[in-house]
Ligand binder design. Structure first.
Ligand SMILES: [Mn+2]
Length: 194
């Protein structure tokens, strides 16, 4: 269902049928993804990202953010199947995906917009969540409105489209209460005419 947020096109599907139990998808991804903790450049300093990541994509779909360049790993059969499921549910096509592992309540994602030039001006970003629920926070860049918060259920899909990245930042805060790991697949489309 669409979220009623101004200056955005955001849809949330609480339970996406994956063809497999979400617990099984989670366990297989946890085991098969070669998780890495890489450093980013933040205000001129090297800082370890507070989560583990991997970048998958079709050949040629490299991606650069926060000073790190990623060459794509080839889709595994499971990730290729998940991409298809997400494409069917969203009506969008994707050629790459950033996969994140939030190991526990101390892992996080700083506030940012997905506005890298290789994504094009109005990117569709589809985010599939598995495992522990974490609170996704969206902040409007201009209005002083309070942040919008949404707990992302295991097996849910959040789709950001249109001008959302122009007007909104998003992130995941650390939390005080203990929680288990969460895996998040964010499918994207790299466009080459930058
Ligand atoms: Mn993002």
């Amino acid at each position: 269902m669409p979220l009623s947020l101004p200056d955005s096109e955001v849809l949330y599907i609480e339970r996406l049928s994956l063809g497999l139990p979400s617990e099984e998808v989670f366990a297989r991804l946890l085991a098969e993804v070669p998780w890495e903790q890489r450093s980013i450049r933040l205000f001129g300093k090297e800082v370890a990202q507070p989560r583990l990541v991997a970048w998958y994509g079709d050949p040629g779909c490299s991606y650069t953010y926060s000073g790190i360049r990623w060459e794509p790993r080839a889709w595994t059969p499971l990730l290729a199947e998940l991409r298809l499921v997400v494409e069917r549910a969203s009506g969008c096509s994707f050629n790459s995906g950033l996969v994140n592992l939030y190991r526990n309540q101390q892992d996080s994602m700083g506030f940012h917009s997905d506005d890298e030039p290789e994504l094009g001006p109005n990117p569709n970003i589809a985010s599939l969540s598995l495992g522990a629920e974490r609170v996704f926070v969206m902040k409007h860049k201009l209005s002083g409105a309070p942040p919008f918060k949404l707990r992302l259920a295991s097996g849910s899909l959040l789709l950001m489209k249109g001008k959302t990245q122009h007007f909104w930042k998003h992130g995941i805060d650390k939390q005080r209460t203990a929680c288990g790991p969460r895996i998040n697949l964010t499918f994207r489309k790299i466009v080459h005419e930058v």
